[in-house]
Ligand binder design. Sequence first.
Ligand code: DON
Length: 605
Amino acid sequence: MYTQGYLEFHQETMDINLFIPKILQNSTRRNRTFSALFVVLSLISSSCKPTSIHIDGLSYSKQELVLKGKKPALVYKKAHGYMIASDSLPASEAGAQMYTSGGNVVDAAIAISLALCVIRPQSTGLGGGGFLLLHLNGKTLAFDFRERAPRLAHRDMYLKSTHSSSTSPSLIGYRSIAVPGMIAGLTKIHSLYGTLPFSKIAAPAISLAENGFRVYPDLSRATQKAWKDMTHGMQSIFSSPQSSGRSLQPLQTGDILIQKDLAKSLRLISQKGKNPFYTGKVAQLMALWMKQKGGLITRGDLNSYRVFLSKPLTAKYHDRKIVTMPLPSSGTFLLTMLNSLASQPLAKLYKDQKEKYYHSLAQAMKQGYEERSQKGGDPRFIKQNSPEKTSLNQSKKESQETTHFSIIDRNGNAVSSTQSINYSFGSRTILPGWGIVMNDTMDDFSISPGVPNAYGLTGSEANSIYGGKTPLSSMTPVFVMDQENSPILALGAPGGSHIISSVLQALVHDIDLGMNPLISVATKRIHYQYNPDILFAEPKIFSPSTQKELINLGYHIQFQPLWAKVFLVKRVKNQQGSFVFMGVSDPRGNGSPYGTSLPLPIPNE
Ligand code: DON
């Protein structure tokens, strides 16, 4: 800790020393006095900057955390009734409204999902899909409503493409679109376990779409990045209201984004459920649109879309029961990593031999990611025991998209759900008249064994393209249960290939290192997927000696901000014996958790 603090101080001093001559060189005497004064004041203020923060009575070095200037109170909340952690405060609030109206965890989860579709159109949407773990009345269920390959898709469909990776037809345009599952998934979960009418659940999302919301920096950045690939129709929805006609400009921070067509879609779901989108008029329109544009989805694909409901995967880690999503989620590879760590004295290593701690983590990650690239795929289509060699690849692209939320409530119920349209703004197409951004999840298949996807992940034959098949996903929603099989942790993350390693570290921070929930999430992380053979690490995570030891162990270290964001809820019992729910929305993102200490209304049965 001390060494890292020293490192930061040393670097600040160096920067300022470099700065002085530049200012003084080209200035008058009066200016020089001001400049010197400025430098002295900067020095004083930088030396007065608090280097630690206090959370729940303990003090932590800021150097070890990623807070991105956020006040802990914004991203870390506590309550006695329930807690929701998501990547958007209005989405968390939409969930809270359901509880206030007498709804249950399912109603809250669907309201949050729909609100996120509106407020994070770059990350998730009705044209995407996801995974949802539900713990309700003592039973845990795993819902898979991820996108599936259209029946016309085939193994080598992207092989002849001569495009560069950034314009690859598996990532951009109509052929990158897989059959969406979001509407089927949410309506199915609602029909099985929801208690409020769908119209009530969709109301906050409809209002956000119809009346608009203020554009935040990440949304305007994502719009600007995707702009050139968007169709004109899509640009007109995501354009700044200050621009018009032929000279449309992308959304700016502070603009109000109104999505009338999306509100119409949400209203139709509220009134008629999924049918218009899978068998009725919208399905018909989508099939026609696909045909005109060279996409592959047919009415048959939409008619035959099915949500899969299965038992979750479970495993013991120390004295905890870990519950996660089976394949084609990456829960199984998270369990491989945990299994490889179970025999390591991680708490001791973290304290006394940090290089060995990070080495253990990296080796566990390597094992899990290797297994993923060799065996990962849709179990309905593959035999799991046919490992194949994979080739070297690069971690090509950074994407901050996809989204996750976690809920635990006082009734002992919980949800952990990761949802996505894959890359930022998906395929960069939008269903005309319905405001639905379409996914580009076909890129999650292995385009060819050994060829990396947008996240630098390679796959084998197990994840090859086949009509009806579900592409392998890194999304890994998790619960940790207590002895009574009741959730004490719900967590997950967006972040492409980094999802698994970030969820792993949040679990290790909580279970092995006993960290406070905010610290579990905010503590700097590493990521090692072996291919490429680079140990990615958040800047200044290592002391100089740890860094040296890791290099001696053979690691090629690259410092960079890591983009996965963990959304976690924890339930603990306080000294008075009552439950406290603690929610963390990763400070690396935009969200804020929401909870209440009001008693939960009696659920509507
Ligand atoms: O399912 C997957 O693995 C990807 N479609 C997830 C994409 C993602 O997390 C993007 N970024 N943050």
